[in-house]
Design a binder for this molecule. Sequence first.
Ligand SMILES: NC(=O)c1ccc[n+]([C@@H]2O[C@H](COP(=O)([O-])OP(=O)(O)OC[C@H]3O[C@@H](n4cnc5c(N)ncnc54)[C@H](O)[C@@H]3O)[C@@H](O)[C@H]2O)c1
Length: 385
Amino acid sequence: MNEYRHAKSSPAGGISRRTFLASASAVAVGSVAAPYLSRAGSTDKGINVGLIGVGTRGMMHLKPLLTLSDIRVTAICDLKQDRIEAAQKLVTDVGQPKPLGTTEWKKLLDLKEVDAVISCLPVDEHFRNYMDVLAAGKDLYAEKPMCITLAQCDKLIAAHKKSDRMVHLGFQRRTDPRFADSVKLVHAGEIGELVEGRINWSISWGPLYDWFGKRERSGDWMVEQAVHNWDLLNWATQSRPKCAMGMGMDKFFRDKQTDRNVHDYYAGVLEYENGVVVNIIHSWLAPGRFNKEFTWLIGTKGGVDFNSGLFSYRPEIKKDEHFVFDEQKSDVDSTKLAQEAFFNSVRTRKPSLAGPEVGRQALAACLLMREAVYRRQPVTMKDIS
Ligand SMILES: NC(=O)c1ccc[n+]([C@@H]2O[C@H](COP(=O)([O-])OP(=O)(O)OC[C@H]3O[C@@H](n4cnc5c(N)ncnc54)[C@H](O)[C@@H]3O)[C@@H](O)[C@H]2O)c1
């Protein structure tokens, strides 16, 4: 699914294609770093990656990984043997050696030659797995959400601080110039003083079942999915969530998954410490034509639709609307960009843009909204701490 809707740039008043390309190439240049010093001290080894969890997201990672020249996928772990074999085949099909396959992540982590791990497990496995990865001395690309509770986040942050490992959270918008350029403009005051945000995630391609349908395993949709939107707004507003209200329904699709207990529809309002108020509508009930995801931020002068890169202004500002990225850039592989940012951090030993503190803040916003929806009454941060 391509979540980025593109529309043509306005010729006047917009950011030029050149400006966009300059910022895109800055990202690319940053990722071509000095030769990687392996544990053995050689400079030509590249980075050996262990991939844990090769379901939907793991396979989405594997494909771009195989296009990165100094990266080798040396081990694959999944509980399901057929998934391991399908992933191994993808690797051998591009002429690379067959990676070791295992159903136990500890066996993968015991391999000395594995430098870094990309982990794509169900959310309730994140904490245990991420702690094991750090304890084994590997760098970690950790799929979102970081953990399922704030207490787990705090333990993981403490373990990370004690280690010398690089940890990068799977918030690919943070390393995608299409989003980064918009956020930069917001921070520079382009839309004035920030007033309100709007999140809409209306889905008609689901729902998803299995662990996704169980709140104790996924954290519910306010956590598993909306974490992308909250991370974006945390970043753009440079503020922290303060309080929330909400309500929802969890009775849908139970005929297809009898123990399903996630909210397949909810709506809520969240206020940030700096006064920005955000409305969210999140639904798996959308009719086909209403299948849409967007995150807007609106200020006293104008607003931005982050997904399309559109900036639009209030009439008295007398400025043409414009897009921060053009047509050619609407289909970039944001997963590959995120991987490059992670490997750049692994090579240079410089902390990632999407480290564990970012992961904790994003989860805090999710849990605040979830608590409001569950209680059907206003909540503040002290209700989730
Ligand atoms: N960043 C993104 O845009 C994005 C998109 C989709 C999913 N995700 C995240 O990726 C993670 C995985 O989601 P998914 O859609 O791939 O789920 P999935 O169910 O398709 O895949 C999970 C895989 O993990 C395996 N697994 C489960 N427990 C295991 C264990 N103990 N040891 C080894 N393997 C185990 C399963 O067999 C399965 O193949 C989730 O955290 C999800 O939120 C992120």
